[in-house]
Design a protein around this ligand. Sequence first.
Ligand code: BYC
Length: 349
Amino acid sequence: MYGNDFAQPGAADSKAAAPPHPLNAAETPDYTDALAEYFDGLIEQDQRVEPRDAMPEAYRTTLVRQMAQHAHSEIIGMQPEANWITRAPSLRRKAILMAKVQDEAGHGLYLYSAAETLGVDRSELLDKLHSGRQKYSSIFNYPTLTWADAGAIGWLVDGAAIMNQVPLCRCSYGPYARAMIRVCKEESFHQRQGFEILWVLARGTEEQRAMAQDAANRWWWPALQMFGPPDTGEHASSGHTAQSMAWGIKRFSNDDLRQKFVDMTVPQAQKLGITLPDPDLAWNEERGHWDFGAIDWDEFWRVLKGDGPCNEQRIRTRVEAHEEGAWVREAADAYAAKQAARRQPEAVA
Ligand code: BYC
């Protein structure tokens, strides 16, 4: 459905074709310029930047910002669907939903680990999430009111997430790109399971069809906002896109990915027999794309500032879970210290 876009151009032969690392060139006269040249060379040749490579500080902080926000989205994103685990309509649905929510936890862990290769500590990132100094995706501030929301999240939210994340498999930062390959494969399964939930509901009773339609109505616009502010116009953000694209972190602009998502999703909605809640949705023969209506960017910024239906609840639940998990972290630290103490005499002997 998303094409086989997981390939890693330049990854296999990455370091073979890369220029010699300046740290190995003992007599580099102008150390800083040589490092910058090495980094620029990697980017120009579409090679991967690895944790030990020198990189501009702004590249590092941009990656930490994006990867932390991404990791936070994965773990906060567990909450809306977890809300339905105990009420899933069958054992099969419950098992699938539990597996999906667990996958999201795993994605958070890969991403925190990948971020740690940039010299930050995950406890520092979690502190920033809990105190509102780092963001998570706007989409998870909306409630899951019925079982059909589990379907709409899989279909639309995971669908949007994959559209954004498949190009990240080719991101210039190696650990992030590699983490995204597995994440995207798992997200594809999530998207299918959401589509299938809605497929069954859309072929069910009148009440079930209405439930599926209502969920699509509520999740469509927030899913379009997931791609971030528009590239241009009065609602455009001050914008990281141009720099992130120049560095090979982002491969497409927010609007390009949003359009790809709309083009992919409209035919799926038609198959489902669900109407997307946009009277301006129309095929544009000339552009070869679906036109769509205006997105409410005021709502987007409001939700980002904390005024969404569930912002407060999401952070409260997260902080409580973190505090309740303190004993696990303490036990893990104690175990690691014990293992290290045991190994030490052996090393001396
Ligand atoms: N929500 O210049 P822009 C999932 C912020 S979870 C909140 O375009 P950038 C899943 C942006 O951070 C998938 N904030 O920024 C899990 C920036 O603010 P700061 C999550 C947003 O970074 C569980 C400002 O707006 N995916 O799959 O170049 C269950 C200006 O934006 C949002 C990722 O995180 C938003 N939607 O581009 C189911 C993907 N959009 O930082 C599913 C990785 C924008 O200057 N991230 N902002 O204060 C990215 O690809 C990029 O960071 C974005 C934004 C496209 C999101």
